[in-house]
Design a protein around this ligand. Sequence first.
Ligand code: HEC
Length: 129
Amino acid sequence: MKFGFHILTMAALLLAGQVSSAMAANKFSAENPPKMPYKYALGKQKFTQFCAKCHGEWGYGTRQGPPFIHRFYKPSHHADPAFYRAPLKGVTAHHWRFGDMPPVPGITRKDLDSIVPFIRWLQRENKLY
Ligand code: HEC
């Protein structure tokens, strides 16, 4: 009886371990930022200014917007033009339940010329593609 109880406890602990590793911590965070090539510095700065509020400082999403480290946003599914269109024109909610993405005030194509390569770099660093 006692032995059986231990087996169950062990199984529960093992399962808990698997669940927590499936929800593994994001690769990057404020405490653990990536080593970023200098050429992405401007993109990162503008991403922080214009996108991070909703998509997260390192693209993992927030309560206000989806993660970019997600198969939906691979280049094969959302190619670069979508990354220009969304901030310039806004997006009607269709993939998620965060609501619409409003056009980003003050954003320009030139800003996106540095933001988009930064997002792609972030996706590759996270082994998304
Ligand atoms: C106010 C919050 C907010 C801000 C700021 C924001 N987004 Fe979004 N974004 C969203 C939400 C919400 C969606 C999800 C829409 C849906 O349900 O598909 C989204 C979706 C997207 C998509 C997917 C578009 C599509 O065609 O499906 C792209 C690309 C995107 N955002 C890029 C950006 C970029 C780049 C920036 C910064 C320049 C940015 N967003 C800033 C909220 C935001």
